[in-house]
Ligand binder design. Structure first.
Ligand code: ADP
Ligand code: MG
Length: 733
């Protein structure tokens, strides 16, 4: 008999894949990535009694973890002890299977739909395997499964005949309604796997497979979907992860080489008399960390390669002065610098900061924002095109100008998470000049106050060198943080009042600008008036939010900075950069609505002077709420646990690690940050160590064979071109 041709096999498979449409599976590859949520084996089956004990523990645990749904599938096996149909309303009945396994406990399976089917197929005495999400009915002390996946087990031998381990997949309601069972899912996936064995091509050279103990790519899916042991599963996942990380890191290494080897940077003399004078005039001494970072940057400026450096430092760690000193060094070398700020308020604040230290030298200092007048814009254009040494501070408005900047030696990007990756590139492009057939691009210093966990900086910012401002200036005291319940807000009001009496100032933050029908949270507009008329009637309150006109915002901010207001009632517009050292207390309302990293940024607005500072995180009191469902209660509880992390530590790096674990990388990187790796299986948190070792391997490999010319690297070279296009992989002669 002739074997089925490849294409008809594929078509048949694609037809069956349509059944998975409801869960977003569209291609053969998608289906291979439709991973088992668990595996069951005859040995690992638990008795129902043991399950009760564990379930109680788990429900306690899961109230503390934000993402539990994925894990919550359970696998049990038992006999249908009782089959009972109950009428529960007009034309509505419910079918209950009571399952026993001889351990003295039972669970109930509850069905609302397709009762005829279940009644016909399953009978009392039948042994079944149950996979589903258990719920615990408190009233009856009974574990229930509503519409679990069930499967007849005629004999153990049959079920585990082929493999000792059975993969369990999630089935959506829609999939069940069209009659799919765990059995059919397994069968379709198994068929897909055997198809992929023929189709999958090898992407990892054999010697690397051996070195790292990996499977050939074609066997990877087999081990994941039809394993014979947990060791198989582990091996399968490890092999996929390796491939994901390896190619991603190779790409990063290439990108890095492209920047440093393809183009040139202006060679700068690191000795800067102007910077020296400023350092000597500072009212404080630079921290050892600041000095170290400055040395790293200045060393970069002298290499002839363009610097590409990320300066990470927690809020208030003193990044601005570092940037200013670099800017002055570049100025002494006869070049211009651009300093980018994300908002007009910040741009203006930086402008004044720079002005304070630069005016003594008669430096050309200019500010370009969206609201700059035509005359000012013309002036700035002239400065740029003349190339006269100068410092230009700008907002996003700088991206929009049409001229180029031929004499820019350094670009500083402050609060980088507010800018996109492409925006950085655009700006650099505007500054590109060609001299003697060489492309010269400016040095780039990217600054970030969101401490980025190491894994993320290795991946997302993998092509940047990283400097870290470790210890904050010595005069800082950690901010004392406290959770307050809304029923007890009076306490924090009195505290604020006491601080103001000492001459300090306060922020009161709200999550919303206007009152909202949909979102149950406080708005700054309602509460500004209320607070001003009642609680703080005798104090001076200012209002600041993102929907105000920029000049109003500016005026309010300035008034607060000069202590014309005691309290600034505001939204998160104050989140980045604003520096008012006299503010010593902050009250954040509906704190549960914010991500931890965001709370940390907000909190960083206080504690900038030498005074002890305080932060109150206000949230609904849950212990008194009576009409809350258990789910609501546990969700609330886990929010509170998150807030407790804020109380426990003021270390931004720790906080962002926790945030990353709880909410994934999106929150930390911000929505603007594109170019984040789309690892499908690799976990940025759990796989840190593996990422690091594979990264080192990829970088070393490329160092030893920069053009991938060795015959054993032929596969890699081809694969890179396939994945990232021919341009990504340019031969460096
Ligand atoms: P950030 O890193 O958040 O941008 P800033 O650069 O705004 O922090 O610095 C916060 C405050 O700390 C500023 O008022 C700055 O002048 C001050 N500062 C910077 N370096 C030091 C230092 N070494 N000692 C004391 N204060 C410092
Ligand atoms: Mg700053």
């Amino acid at each position: 008999m002739k074997s089925e041709s490849g294409s008809s096999k594929k078509n048949r498979l694609l037809k069956r894949i349509e059944l998975f449409d409801a869960v977003g599976v569209k291609t053969i590859e998608d289906l291979l990535y439709y991973l088992p949520h668990s595996y069951s084996s005859r040995d690992s089956l638990q008795s129902i009694a043991a399950f009760y004990a564990k379930e109680r523990f788990k429900s306690y645990e899961s109230s503390q973890s934000a993402s539990q749904s994925f894990q919550a599938q359970a696998v049990l096996q038992g006999k249908i002890a009782k089959k009972k149909e109950t009428i529960v309303g007009k034309n509505k009945s419910m079918l209950v299977f009571t399952i026993a396994d001889g351990s003295g406990y039972t669970v109930d399976l509850i069905f609302w739909n397709r009762l005829e089917y279940y009644k016909k197929v399953y009978s009392e005495g039948q042994t079944i395997l149950i996979i589903g999400k258990p719920t615990f009915d408190k009233r009856f002390h009974q574990i229930q499964f509503t519409h679990p996946e069930i499967e007849k087990v005629d004999s153990d031998q049959e079920l585990y005949a082929k493999n000792a381990l059975l993969p369990n997949y999630s089935l959506s309601m829609v999939m069940r309604q069209i009659g799919m069972t765990m059995r059919t899912v397994r069968a379709i996936i198994e068929e897909t796997v055997s198809y992929s064995i023929e189709a999958e091509k090898e992407t990892i050279p054999e010697y690397i497979q051996e070195l790292w103990e990996l499977l050939p790519q074609k066997n990877v899916w087999q081990k994941i979907h039809t394993p014979s042991s947990f060791a198989d599963v582990e091996l399968g996942f490890r092999s996929i992860k390796f491939e994901e990380i390896f190619y991603f890191e190779l790409m990063i290494a290439l990108r890095k080489r492209l920047i440093t080897k393809q183009s040139f940077g202006r060679v700068m003399n690191p000795k800067s008399p102007t910077a020296r004078i400023v350092v000597n005039s500072l009212p404080f001494e630079l921290t050892s960390s600041q000095k170290k970072v400055l040395n790293e940057i200045v060393a970069d400026l002298g290499t002839g390669h363009p610097m590409n450096r990320l300066l990470q430092g927690d809020v208030g760690s003193g990044k601005t002065i570092v940037a200013l000193l670099c800017v002055l060094c570049v100025l002494d070398n006869g070049c211009q610098s651009i300093f980018m700020a994300p908002t007009e308020i910040l741009a203006e604040q930086q402008y004044h900061y720079f002005e304070k230290y630069c005016s003594q030298f008669g430096v050309t200092l200019a500010l370009l924002t969206g609201s700059s007048k035509t005359k000012k814009r013309k002036e700035i254009q002239d400065i740029f095109s003349s190339g006269t040494p100068a410092i230009l501070i700008g907002t996003h408005a700088l991206f929009e100008v049409e001229y180029t900047f031929p004499n820019v030696g350094l670009i500083v990007i402050d609060e980088q998470h507010r800018f996109g990756v492409e925006q950085r590139a655009t700006l650099r492009q505007k500054c590109l000049v060609v001299e003697n057939n060489k492309q010269i691009v400016p040095h780039m210093l990217v600054m970030s106050a969101t401490p980025i966990p190491r894994t993320l900086s290795l991946t997302v910012f993998g092509d940047l060198d990283v400097s870290i401002l470790q210890n904050p200036p010595r005069n800082r005291k950690p901010i004392v943080t406290k959770i307050v319940y809304e029923s007890n807000l009076q306490f924090s009001y009195e505290f604020i009042r006491a601080e103001i009496a000492k001459g300090r100032q306060a922020y009161i933050v709200f999550p919303l600008v206007e009152k909202s029908e949909k979102i149950r949270a406080k708005s700054v507009e309602e509460y500004f008036e209320l607070l001003q008329e009642t609680e703080f009637a005798d104090l001076r309150c200012g209002l600041l939010h993102g929907q105000m006109k920029w000049n109003e915002k500016e005026a309010t901010m300035k008034a607060f900075a000069t202590n014309e207001y005691d309290i600034l009632v505001c939204t998160t517009v104050i989140e980045v950069g604003i520096d008012v050292p006299n503010a010593s207390v902050m009250l954040i309302n509906n704190a549960e609505r914010f991500g931890l990293s965001q709370l940390h940024q907000l909190r960083g607005r206080v504690g900038r002077g030498s005074e002890q500072s305080y932060c109150f995180l206000a949230t609904k009191d849950i212990s008194y709420a009576t009409n809350m469902t258990e789910m609501e209660f546990s969700a609330k509880k886990s929010l509170e646990i998150r807030l407790e992390a804020m109380v426990d530590t003021t270390d931004g790096f720790k906080i962002s690690e926790i945030d990353l674990e709880l909410r994934g990388p999106g929150d930390i990187l911000g929505t603007r940050q594109s170019g984040s790796p789309h690892f499908r299986i690799t976990d940025l948190v759990k796989d840190v160590q593996y990422i690091e070792t594979v990264r080192n391997f990829a970088f070393t490999l490329l160092e030893n064979d920069p053009h991938l010319r060795k015959p054993e690297h032929e596969i890699i070279r081809k694969e890179l071109q396939l994945r990232f296009g021919k341009d990504t992989f340019i031969d460096v002669a």
